[in-house]
Write a protein that binds this ligand. Structure first.
Ligand code: ZN
Length: 700
């Protein structure tokens, strides 16, 4: 927003210093600044009962349907951008708003009835949103306007292009008969996709072992409920990941490990091999009918990579880039096996990897992560992170008295530009666990930003739902280093939400390509591995003069890097088997041997699977995130590349110039332009995989 610069700095600076000294500020205290800057800071309306949850959702759909009916019924001769695409964005954003609030209530309300109702209405709202893409009555006026090729600015044109692309992808550009056929195939696809997931959820694979066979496995596993059987043997469920890991990392008996990994890699094989073959054929067929060479091209079109070939090239480049590190790690693990077994020519198998990795970490890279907690008391860590983000992004956070909270202890902050004092958004913090609350860590958008009809900017609101350890009677909440990393990551999403300044809701906040959305937050994880950053806030809570020793941080980095080459190649093997299955042509898919494709790719990129297995049958991502697994690494590699700009800046990870560039070129513009352009503008150069290879430890 240009007009934010018009505000006299002194006046607002005085306003904000005043707010700091008094007890919690009030939202009304920001009124002067918001009015002068033509921004609007209003919080979402939170329903207070299950009935209200339902009414609010139903009402939002009713209103939107009525408004969309007006849009659809317009005189074709009088269409304008504002009456078509502009209106569509505004109308649908309101339903998105209702969806965001229902989604938050489903995960956070104290009352179970409210949570259940909210869960139901999120499904209804989501289905309504999906059905929009198939509505011909809306497609007609929007297409008519697009075809008239009006003179539009860049953001408007992008909104038009992406919306028309959505309709085309839904099949609306096809003749009626062909469209009906695609719809029929999509129904089959949805059914099979569900079937694939159900088969994974339902499969069980128990294996019983004697205590002697399980030598090396810790009591924490053996004493777990349900493990010890009446006959004195121990039951390992190969389908339960932590069971599987406990054996693979600890069982000294190689044959036991082999049996467990073979059982794991055979899970759902009987059912899902056929399902996956059919899925691959159906997807290739649908893509072909919609005008794409492959399913990967169809899926990836809306993402940063843009097509299947670019995703494959990205992954293959990493496979070769990692080769020396990967080989070195395999040699280290093999040497450990040779030493333990006394066989100089011992061969490393897949059943050995986790076991010798665990040994290596214990013997060579042991770091007592529990002991590090004393450096990370929750409140000091939060304030330390706030100070860093305020500094690098040029912001000021002010705690305000929340007009309403969904649970005791929830806090509200207003984010303002530190130079002008102009508010930019607000965020809630709901940081500790309670019964019935969402049990991970995530940022929930509460309201998207966007331009209002009166020309003012409606500011975004976000909420962080976390589960940090609760304080005890004699100790504050003490975080693990991994918790601190999560905090920096999740708060990165809050920054993304706050700093976005797109005119249209469809181009703001997290409405960026799926293979990009995590990158800025992943980038901020790098901060907690840097001594200069940690020294700004991490100190022993019993004696704050004690900082984390440099060698401890170095040891943490070494431990992380120890087996990163293999771990990345394993991820690449999933990404590439996924892409291999989804870069088949419609004809090729009919005759493809999915088992061979998967096993060959795995053996080439990581390490051969046990004989007579098919692990893809148990990879849930292949139904739902298909042709998308590469995205994890795509975003990660980009995040490390972006972090390298801070690393080499004069101020390091606290450099304000680089921070400002990130705010302006990436967060601020959101999806108003191609994200690849934004990232390169931030970097000031083309993207590179080299910083990621350095991060993995390729230079060792
Ligand atoms: Zn994230």
């Amino acid at each position: 927003m240009k007009n934010t610069c018009l505000l006299p700095c002194l006046l607002t600076a005085a306003l904000f210093t005043g707010c700091l000294q008094a007890a919690p500020a009030k939202l009304a205290d920001f009124q002067v600044a918001t009015t002068r800057a033509h921004v609007s800071l209003s919080l979402p309306v939170y329903p207070l009962t299950a009935d209200q949850v339902k009414t609010q959702a139903t009402q939002s759909i009713k209103t939107a349907d009525a408004e969309l009916a007006v849009l659809a019924a317009q005189d074709p001769a009088k269409l304008t951008f504002a009456s078509t695409f502009g209106a569509y964005d505004t109308i649908t954003a309101k339903v998105t708003g209702a969806y965001l609030i229902a989604g938050t209530i489903a995960e956070s309300a104290l009352d179970k009835g409210m949570r259940d109702t909210a869960n139901e209405v999120t499904v209804t709202l989501q289905e309504w949103g999906v059905a929009l893409d198939y509505r011909e009555d809306l497609y007609r006026p929007l297409k008519a306007l697009a075809d008239s090729k009006p003179v539009l600015d860049g953001e408007q044109q992008r909104l038009v292009d992406e919306q028309m692309r959505t309709f085309r992808r839904a099949g609306l550009a096809l003749p009626a008969a062909e469209r009906a056929e695609v719809e029929r195939l999509r129904k089959d696809l949805a059914g099979l996709t569900t079937q694939f997931a159900v088969n994974i959820n339902e499969v069980r694979s128990p294996l019983d072992f004697t205590a002697a066979e399980l030598a090396g496995v810790p009591p924490s596993f053996l004493d777990s409920p349900g493990v010890k059987q009446a006959d004195g043997r121990y039951r390992v469920m190969a389908n339960i990941t932590w069971h599987y890991q406990a054996i693979m990392e600890n069982a000294d008996n190689a044959d036991v490990r082999r049996r467990v990994i073979t059982a794991r890699f055979q899970l759902a094989r009987e059912t899902n091999t056929a399902v996956l073959s059919k899925l691959v054929v159906l997807r290739a067929d649908i893509a072909h009918r919609l005008g794409y060479a492959t399913w990967a091209d169809y899926q990836i079109e809306t993402r940063m990579a843009k097509n299947g070939a670019a995703a494959v090239k990205f992954e293959e480049d990493l496979v070769s880039g990692l080769q020396p590190k990967f080989e070195g790690e395999m040699a280290t693990l093999r040497a450990l096996k040779a030493a333990q077994t006394g066989q100089a020519d011992a061969k490393l198998e897949i059943a050995d990897i986790a076991y010798y990795t665990n040994k290596l970490k214990k013997e060579k890279y042991s770091v007592d992560v529990e002991a590090l907690r004393v450096y990370f008391p929750y409140q000091a860590t939060l304030e330390g992170m706030f100070a860093i983000y305020q500094k690098i992004f040029g912001l000021k956070f002010t705690a305000v008295e929340p007009p309403y909270v969904w649970a005791p202890g929830v806090q509200l902050y207003v984010v303002a530009d530190s130079a002008t004092g102009v508010p930019m958004g607000a965020f809630y913090l709901d940081m500790f666990p309670r019964d019935g609350k969402f049990n991970h860590f995530a940022c929930f958008d509460q309201k998207l930003g966007g331009l209002l009809a009166d020309g003012s900017y409606d500011l975004p609101v976000a909420a962080l739902l976390c589960n940090f350890p609760v304080p005890s009677a004699d100790k504050p909440s003490l975080l693990k280093h991994a918790d601190v990393e999560i905090l920096f990551h999740e708060f990165g999403h809050v920054m993304h939400a706050m700093l976005s300044r797109s005119r249209f809701a469809a181009q703001g906040g997290f409405n960026v390509p799926l293979d990009f959305v995590e990158a800025p937050s992943q980038m901020l994880e790098n901060w907690v591995w840097d001594k200069a950053v940690l020294d700004t806030f991490a100190a022993d809570y019993r004696d704050p003069s004690k900082k984390i020793p440099a060698e401890t941080i170095a040891a943490l980095v070494k431990a992380r890097q120890a087996i990163e080459g293999y771990n990345t190649r394993r991820q690449l093997s999933i990404g590439l088997l996924d892409l291999s299955l989804h870069t088949l042509s419609a004809d090729g898919a009919w005759t493809a041997d999915v088992v061979k494709i998967v096993n060959d790719t795995t053996a080439r990129v990581a390490i051969a699977s046990p004989p007579d297995t098919f692990w893809a049958a148990f990879i849930g991502h292949l139904a739902g995130y298909d042709a998308g697994y590469y995205g994890y690494l795509w975003a990660k590699v980009m995040s490390i590349d972006m972090a390298s700009e801070f690393r080499k800046a004069p101020g390091g990870f606290l450099d304000e110039k680089v921070g400002r560039r990130l705010r302006d070129e990436v967060y601020g513009v959101g999806n108003t332009r191609d994200v690849a352009v934004s990232v390169e503008k931030f970097l000031g150069r083309p993207r590179s995989q080299q910083p990621f290879l350095d991060y993995v430890g390729i230079k060792q």
